[in-house]
Design a protein around this ligand. Sequence first.
Ligand SMILES: Nc1ncnc2c1ncn2[C@@H]1O[C@H](COP(=O)(O)OP(=O)(O)OP(=O)(O)O)[C@@H](O)[C@H]1O
Length: 366
Amino acid sequence: MSEGATIRKAEEKPLLLSARGLVKSYGGNRAVDGVDLDIPERAFTTLLGPSGCGKTTILRMIGGFETPDAGSLTLDGRSLAGVPPERRPVNTVFQNYALFPHMTVFENVAFSLTLRRGAQDPTPQVKRALDAVHMGEFAARYPHQLSGGQQQRVAVARAIIAEPHLLLLDEPLSALDRKMRSHLQIELKDLQRRLGIAFVYVTHDQEEAFALSDMIVVMNRGKIAQKTDPLTLYARPADTFVADFIGSASLIEGEILATAKEQATIATPLGTITAPAVEGLAPGQRAALVLRPENLRQAPAHPGSGKGHEIAAQVRHVVFKGDRFMIEAEAAGLALRLMTEQPPEPGAEIRIAFDPKTSFITRLAS
Ligand SMILES: Nc1ncnc2c1ncn2[C@@H]1O[C@H](COP(=O)(O)OP(=O)(O)OP(=O)(O)O)[C@@H](O)[C@H]1O
């Protein structure tokens, strides 16, 4: 993959929020276990990871709904220690829209503003916030007269009306159907660009994270496994946890034989392969070769007639994916997945080829 120009460098923007050594435990369970995190201004940052990895707890500490056991949070250069939620320039959009059922859309959106600003007429700002989420025509309706997607748009309007420096969004689209979700993803991304404020978004859906983010922070059991832009995350996963969580890679374990600048040679059951590698590997160390379906192809039947590294494999399953077929094949007792337009029969002997330059050698997750 060509990196460089296409990769957006979120981290080059000025810093808005900084977390250092954040820890939060519940009983004996460390929900957040020493997290350092820098959130740039005007960027879309996503906390991504499996259920229970500590994403929401981090969001709640930034919002002021939980107090860290240890560590510090700084926003706009000021410590957030002891600052109550309503005095932080931060607002949160939750998964369950939490609109007031007895108030109209207009009143719901105006509510936080009237609390903050007293008697001033909120109409122009409410109108602007509703227009920003394409809900201007619905001001007089009640929440029960809206679809889930519309309710969530109102919740976003309510959260942005007080012009926070930072908007926190906790799985805001997870209750919506797939089509509405991808529609609102585009709207949210567009809104974040137009408003120019920083969003910190929590999701366990990697496709959603890729669609939205300038920077993705992958979490595993209370710790950060990797934080980088989406392209780097996909092409250069820091360890097998990240590689496995992002996409549907086959991870082939082996032993590092040699290392050179930005690449390594690994002995695996599929042969000895020299490929780009994560930094810091050493000869003798166990590591894994990451093979993604789109980097593997079916090679001609005769050994050596294709290009790149070739592997003999047997087809186990063929799954129709709409535009193409996914082959699940077995080679040296390992499962490999690849896409094809011409599906072979299950049981067929095939040859699989890949260009080692498109694969990646990474660390085993601890
Ligand atoms: N108030 C609480 N009391 C006790 N345990 C809690 C509390 N809040 C969170 N936890 C625990 O802390 C861990 C992290 O929870 P958290 O909600 O931050 O995870 P998450 O990554 O946001 O998960 P999900 O995607 O399921 O929301 C979990 O093991 C959870 O059970």
